[in-house]
Write a protein that binds this ligand. Sequence first.
Ligand SMILES: Nc1ncnc2c1ncn2[C@@H]1O[C@H](COP(=O)(O)OP(=O)(O)O)[C@@H](O)[C@H]1O
Ligand SMILES: [Mg+2]
Length: 224
Amino acid sequence: MKNSIIKLSHVSKIYQSENISFQALKDINLQINKGEFVAIIGASGSGKSTLMNILGLLDKPTSGSYELDGLSVARLGQDTLANIRNKKIGFVFQNFNLLPRTSAVENVSLPLIYAGISKKDRDIKAKGALEQVGLGEKVGSHPNQLSGGQQQRVAIARALVNNPEVILADEPTGNLDSKSGTEIVRIFQRLNSKGHTIIIITHEPEIATHAKRIIKLKDGEIVK
Ligand SMILES: Nc1ncnc2c1ncn2[C@@H]1O[C@H](COP(=O)(O)OP(=O)(O)O)[C@@H](O)[C@H]1O
Ligand SMILES: [Mg+2]
């Protein structure tokens, strides 16, 4: 389908170590269209992060197919995947994953270094992204000078600085108080209204209610 940005067909993931194998995803069929705002919910251990890693090209399915923006990606090599990931996907994690002794603007610039953009243009774009998340005043602040909610906003600015089609967030409000969590969800809603596809993983039902569609995982299967 033309409008589909993500299409998983019969995706399974089996973690295999020496003597144990564990099936974390079972025959997942999922289509997400451009411009959707989807929440993926489920108990701890239900396979949310496994699914996110596959959607974000950080891991590969054991079997099944994955089409990202019309391109079949399930069997591509690491370098190609990294390239596609940089262009198309922005990540937000529970622990923010910011570099500690580095200013907000430098943290946000990082993906642009990999994209080969000049220092001058990196600064302009990074400041623009920080303004979009309401942190125009904090460009020079280091993570330890920012609240948890502000650090997560820096991480969102970093995720969107390359203008990716899809933003994937794994428990982005998990380390935040409810007020900061709500602010973060508002930012995702605003980015969604500008056309970004948003996929947010959460185990907080209250956070999920802000999405336009909720997908529930249980024991590696979509149950709703
Ligand atoms: N690298 C791994 N090796 C073996 N088992 C794993 C690995 N990663 C996750 N699992 C198992 O897969 C299941 C799903 O994990 P995960 O996707 O992290 O769940 P969630 O994010 O919903 O809490 C869990 O039972 C977990 O223990
Ligand atoms: Mg998880």
